[in-house]
Design a protein around this ligand. Structure first.
Ligand code: ADP
Ligand code: MG
Length: 261
């Protein structure tokens, strides 16, 4: 792969990897729904910014939320209500100022940064409104990235897994195209394939269809639905699109930092 500067946000959301198998990812998990603990469990989560200064503001207040494995939950609510803050905390990209958060049964509040990175990398995938692909890399190379962390170099297993995922999002003919030569909808589908590289238990999608025309938005949403149903991936999907939200199995609304179900 060519050298390129990787944006810090992308690096954080990408993960250390291990040797994957094409269809089940790094861990060979089937995604079957069983007696597993909730994928996420939040109790009394608060988030304040500028703590200890005159402009201290609490933007999330005493959030309780539990999502069982396999749920597909829409998150709606006005701009500025705290949706992204909530997803960043659930995704272990930001720490709460109070409360507890379990991810796949593991209590995270007392974990150090290294342990958080490890847990995030193996359990959580991210798709954002902007695709955050590396333009100097091909579609296939972008999907390989999360799996390269631990291996440090490309292996046939990593390439096979990436090719499988590129096929699942319908982009095999474009796999060797540079990311910035793809359409917006195609770029977001590559981002989705990359998010699923490690076969995460939880996919956090923060307005992934917000920049797309309605046809591309539908195609990304259909893929989310398929991965949810086929792999058992739990999906938390922030959207302003009421029609798409209706098609999710669960819905929550965030208003002024509170959850209204
Ligand atoms: P949403 O995603 O629902 O639009 P956000 O979670 O991005 O809302 O923001 C919720 C509130 O938190 C907003 O009032 C926003 O200005 C504030 N906020 C977000 N990030 C920061 C930050 N780093 N410092 C201070 N305030 C912030
Ligand atoms: Mg937001």
């Amino acid at each position: 792969m060519p050298d390129a500067k990787i944006p810090a946000e992308t690096v954080r959301a990408l993960s250390p990897g291990s040797q994957p198998s094409p269809e089940t990812g790094a861990h060979g998990e089937s995604g079957a729904v069983g007696s597993a603990p909730p994928v996420i469990s939040l109790r009394g989560i608060c988030k304040a910014y500028n703590i200890g200064t005159p402009i201290e503001t609490e933007v999330l207040h005493q959030i309780d939320l539990s999502l069982p494995q396999g749920s597909f939950c829409a998150v709606m609510g006005p701009s500025g209500s705290g949706k992204s803050t909530l997803l960043n905390i659930i995704g272990l990209l930001d720490r709460p100022s109070a409360g507890t958060l379990e991810v796949c049964g593991e209590e995270t509040t007392n974990l150090d940064d290294r342990a958080l990175t490890q847990l995030r990398g193996h359990k959580i995938g991210f798709v954002f409104q902007y695709h955050h692909l590396i333009n100097a890399f091909t579609a296939l190379e972008n999907v390989m990235l999360p799996m390269l962390g631990a291996a440090g170099f490309p292996t046939p297993a990593i390439r096979d897994r990436a090719q499988f995922l590129i096929g699942r999002v319908g982009l095999t003919p474009w796999q060797d195209h540079l990311a910035n030569h793809l359409s917006g909808g195609q770029q977001q589908r590559v981002a989705l394939a990359r998010a699923l590289a490690m076969n995460p238990a939880l996919l956090l999608a923060d307005e992934p269809t917000g920049n797309l025309d309605s046809r591309s938005a539908d195609s990304v949403f259909d893929l989310l639905t398929q991965f949810n149903q086929e792999q058992g991936t739990t999906v938390l999907f922030v959207t302003h699109n009421a029609a798409l939200a209706k098609r999710c199995t669960d819905r929550i609304e965030v208003v002024d930092g509170h959850i209204q179900s």
